[in-house]
Design a protein around this ligand. Structure first.
Ligand SMILES: [Zn+2]
Length: 314
C-alpha cells in the first residue's frame, strides 16, 4: 500500500505547486512621466483596473520631467534658468534605468523626451529576448526617429512621421487590408466621439467572445498612422469619418522573440479610459501577452453594437 500513498502525496504536492504557480501575479510595469495627456491621472486609473482583476501586480516607473521655466525673467536670467533646468534634467535621466526584465509586461503611457541610449538598448534587448509590451494611445506618438521602437509599435503618429516611416495601414470597404505607400504625414484625428469597434479576428484570445461590433466610449479616433507595420496583425478597426478608412484599433506585432499589443484608444482620463470595452481589451491583452491565453469571460456589462458601457469612478 506504500505506492498509492506516495502517489497521493506526490499528486497533492503537484496540485499545491500548480495552484501556487497559478496564483503568482503577472508583473506589469507602467512607464509614464511625460505625455501630452494627463498621465498623472491616467496611470492610477489603469493601475486600479489591472489590480481589480487580481491577476496582476503593477509597478510604475516615472521618467524625469522637464522643469518649467518661470515667466517674468529677463533674457539673461531666462538663459540661466534654462541651462540649470537642462542640467538637472540630464542628471535625472542618468538616474532613470528601469529593470525591464523583472517584468512580464511593460505598458507605455509615455510620450515625451528621448530615453537615454542605455535605456533604449536595455529595452531593445528585453524585447528581442521575448519581452512583452503594450502601447496605449499617445505612446505611439513617441520616438519618431527610434527605428526599433517604430518596428515594435508597428504604426505611429505625429512627430514628423511621413511616408519615410512606412505605409498607412487600414481596411478598405471590401474588407481588405491595405498598405498604402502614398506620400503624406502620419497621425491625425477628428473631434472626439463614440465610435464602433469592428472585430477583424474574433478567434484571437484578446477578442474572443467580443461582439463583432461594439460601441466604444467617447474617444479620439486616431487615423492615418504610419510605420514599418512588419509582422503586424490588425485585430480590430474603427471607421474614421475623417480619413474615410477603417483604422486599426487593436494590433499585435512580433518583434524578435518579443510580442506587442498596440491600441490607439485611450485618450485622456475620462470616458475613453472608463469604457468597459477599453478596460477589458487592456486586461486581456496583458494576460495574453504574459501567458498566451485569456482566462476570463467578457464582463456582463461589456458594450454592445449600439450601447456604450462606461465604468463609474468611485
Ligand atoms: Zn489623445
Amino acid at each position: 500500500m506504500k505506492k498509492p500513498i506516495l502517489s497521493l502525496v506526490a499528486l497533492t504536492l503537484l496540485t499545491v505547486l500548480t495552484l501556487a504557480a497559478e496564483a503568482k501575479p503577472i508583473k506589469l510595469l507602467i512607464v509614464d512621466g511625460q505625455n501630452n495627456h494627463n498621465w498623472r491621472a491616467m496611470t492610477p486609473w489603469m493601475k486600479t483596473q489591472f489590480e481589480a482583476t487580481k491577476m496582476f501586480s503593477v509597478d510604475v516607473s516615472t521618467t524625469p520631467q522637464r522643469t518649467r521655466i518661470p515667466g517674468g525673467l529677463n533674457k539673461e536670467q531666462r538663459a540661466k534658468a534654462i541651462q540649470a533646468a537642462n542640467q538637472l534634467n540630464a542628471k535625472q535621466w542618468k538616474e532613470w534605468r528601469p529593470a525591464f526584465d523583472k517584468y512580464d509586461v511593460i505598458v507605455s503611457n509615455y510620450n515625451g523626451q528621448e530615453w537615454p541610449a542605455a535605456v533604449k538598448a536595455d529595452f531593445e534587448k528585453y524585447m528581442k529576448n521575448g519581452g512583452r509590451f503594450v502601447v496605449v494611445h499617445a505612446a505611439d506618438n513617441s520616438f519618431p526617429n527610434w527605428l526599433e521602437y517604430n518596428k515594435m509599435i508597428g504604426l505611429g503618429g505625429w512627430g514628423g512621421r511621413t511616408e519615410k516611416h512606412g505605409p498607412y495601414v487600414y481596411y478598405n470597404e471590401e474588407g481588405k487590408l491595405v498598405r498604402d505607400t502614398r506620400k503624406g504625414r502620419g497621425g491625425s484625428h477628428g473631434p472626439q466621439h463614440e465610435f464602433t469597434i469592428e472585430i477583424r479576428n474574433g478567434d484571437h484570445p484578446v477578442t474572443q467572445g467580443m461582439p463583432a461590433k461594439w460601441k466604444h466610449g467617447r474617444d479620439e479616433l486616431y487615423d492615418s498612422l504610419r510605420g514599418p507595420a512588419v509582422n503586424m496583425e490588425v485585430l480590430a478597426t474603427a471607421w474614421s469619418p475623417k480619413s474615410k478608412r477603417h483604422e486599426p484599433m487593436m494590433m499585435v506585432i512580433n518583434y524578435g522573440n518579443g510580442l506587442i499589443f498596440h491600441t490607439p484608444m485611450g485618450h485622456e482620463n475620462g470616458v475613453a479610459l472608463q469604457c468597459v470595452g477599453f478596460i477589458t481589451t487592456l486586461n486581456r491583452a496583458c494576460e495574453w501577452l504574459a501567458t498566451g491565453k485569456v482566462s476570463t469571460k467578457l464582463p456582463g456589462n461589456f458594450p454592445t453594437a449600439d450601447k456604450v458601457s462606461v465604468l463609474k469612478k468611485k
